[in-house]
Design a protein around this ligand. Structure first.
Ligand code: ZN
Length: 234
């Protein structure tokens, strides 16, 4: 029976190692998620800046179209002014020229403001592109580093699992089932008695049971916390 304790202890050592490797692998996930988030944020900022400038450029094209129309109108106005002979018609034509000139000045003023705004926005786009490129460059080094850490841990994990499965055959099937069930609920399933008490929860184990455990190497379940207990003969 002492053999079973030893086999189970060896198995448990592997299981604790496997847990440790698995938790190290899990720690890498948020690192990758952080990289994704940072890159997405930089890309979203660039997309927003590009959409904003597109809207302003559309306004600019409309305004340029309006100015072109006003220029054509003014050409006609000026022809008309040359053609008119009578005073009253000349006054009206002059007023028309003046009003169109004001419209054109308004168009040009708006276009100048819009042009400055678009230039500012293009500067923002350039800055966003640079920021995105910087994030991508930074990640070009970080990502493979994380990936190689992960694959190293993964092969370590595969080895540990193979070792573990090799050792599991040395434990009787009912004991292995019990051990696996208990292990599913907590980190460690098997504890040594410590001063006559459960090594996990410190509840005293009756002397008679302790004697049986020490004598035959029998594994018992702690009545208080449910872990497996063995008498450490050493
Ligand atoms: Zn206990």
């Amino acid at each position: 029976m002492q053999q079973e304790v030893e086999a189970l202890l060896a198995l448990q050592e592997d299981d604790l190692k496997i847990r440790e490797i698995e938790s190290q692998i899990r720690l890498l996930d948020p690192q990758l998620a952080d990289l994704d988030k940072k890159r997405d944020q930089a890309a979203a900022a660039l997309a927003r800046a590009q959409t904003a400038v597109q809207a302003e450029e559309k306004k600019q094209r409309e305004l340029q179209g309006r100015l072109a129309q006003h220029k054509q109108m003014q050409e006609r106005n000026l022809h008309q002014l040359e053609d008119v002979k009578r005073m009253r018609e000349a006054t009206a034509a002059t007023a028309q020229v003046e009003s169109t000139r004001r419209l054109m000045a308004e168009d040009e003023g708006e276009l100048a403001i819009l042009g400055r705004r678009i230039a500012d926005m293009n500067a923002t786009i350039a800055a966003s592109k640079q920021a995105l490129a910087a994030v991508e460059e930074e990640q070009q080094a970080a990502r493979p580093e994380i990936e190689s850490k992960r694959s190293a841990l993964q092969s370590e994990l595969d080895d540990a699992k193979r070792d573990r499965n090799g050792k599991a055959v040395s434990v009787s099937r009912p004991m292995l089932g019990k051990y696996d069930r208990i292990r599913g609920k907590r980190t460690q399933a098997l504890y040594a008695l410590r001063g006559g008490s459960c090594g996990n929860c410190d509840t005293a184990v009756p002397l008679q049971r302790r004697n049986i455990m020490a004598g035959s190497g029998q594994i018992e379940v702690c009545e208080a916390c449910g872990v497996l207990l063995y008498a450490d003969s050493a």
